[in-house]
Write a protein that binds this ligand. Structure first.
Ligand SMILES: NC(=O)c1ccc[n+]([C@@H]2O[C@H](COP(=O)([O-])OP(=O)(O)OC[C@H]3O[C@@H](n4cnc5c(N)ncnc54)[C@H](OP(=O)(O)O)[C@@H]3O)[C@@H](O)[C@H]2O)c1
Length: 201
């Protein structure tokens, strides 16, 4: 049976992944900060030796961008060195690793949608620390998937869509940043014109 290790399993994406993987015939190994700090190299390597995962999904992260600016060392330790530790385990086990990264590795100046071939230019500590994490993953194993997502939302969880719904239900007003853009609707529309995705709709 395939073993999938979800590091950061208590977070928004870790929990959503558990919901998706639950019905499948695979073994899921869940860890979060309480059980296994991914910055602790020795403990992470030991976990890999004992459990021998086939797939590692790195859902850990310092995602609070203001905190990252205030505590860059902490941001780099988790977002970059944590990813490095997990990718060492992936390499040692011949496992695949999925690294959750961010569109913040780009500077957002492009007028066209970004592709994986565009140059990165992070403007924040968060973006820079996530790019450093990506680079470690790429360096340690070629069996990697790097996902540069932007705003993630789903049922439950502290995200923008749920916040808007919550405030709307209370009939309150909400102040939001005017210089940040996400495009979930656009993604759906472009998927409709994509013959490969059409097969799955
Ligand atoms: N959500 C988004 O919109 C979005 C967009 C783009 C990329 N991403 C990326 O996707 C990943 C997951 O995002 P998310 O929204 O699920 O984040 P989240 O809800 O903040 O979850 C992150 C989890 O990682 C844990 N963690 C933090 N430091 C750790 C450490 N040293 N060792 C082990 N676990 C640690 C956190 O524990 P504590 O809560 O106890 O700190 C939390 O449970 C992140 O890497 C993020 O950069 C997210």
């Amino acid at each position: 049976m395939i073993k999938v290790w979800i590091a950061g399993s208590n977070g928004q994406i870790g929990r959503a992944l558990n919901d998706i993987l639950d019905p499948l015939e695979i073994e899921v190994l869940n860890t979060d900060l309480d059980d296994l700090d991914i910055t602790n190299t020795e403990e992470v390597l030991n976990f890999g030796i004992v459990n021998r995962p086939d797939v590692i999904i790195n859902c850990c992260g310092v995602t609070d961008t203001d905190l990252c600016e205030k505590e860059p060392e902490h941001a780099y330790r988790v977002n970059a060195l944590g990813a490095r530790n997990l990718s060492i385990v992936a390499r040692k086990n011949g496992a695949k690793i999925v690294q959750l990264s961010t569109d913040d590795v780009f500077d957002g100046q492009s007028k066209k949608p970004y592709t994986e071939f565009d140059d990165t230019n992070p403007l924040t500590v968060y973006g820079a620390s996530k790019r450093a994490g990506e680079n470690y993953v790429k360096e340690f194993t070629h069996k990697h998937f790097i996902i540069r997502s932007n705003w993630v939302y789903g049922k439950g969880g502290n995200n923008f869509v749920n916040r808007v719904l919550e405030v709307a239900e209370q009939g309150k007003t909400l102040s939001v940043a005017g210089d940040q853009f996400g495009s979930p609707d656009k993604c759906q529309r472009s998927r409709k014109n994509d013959p490969v995705s059409d097969q799955y709709e």
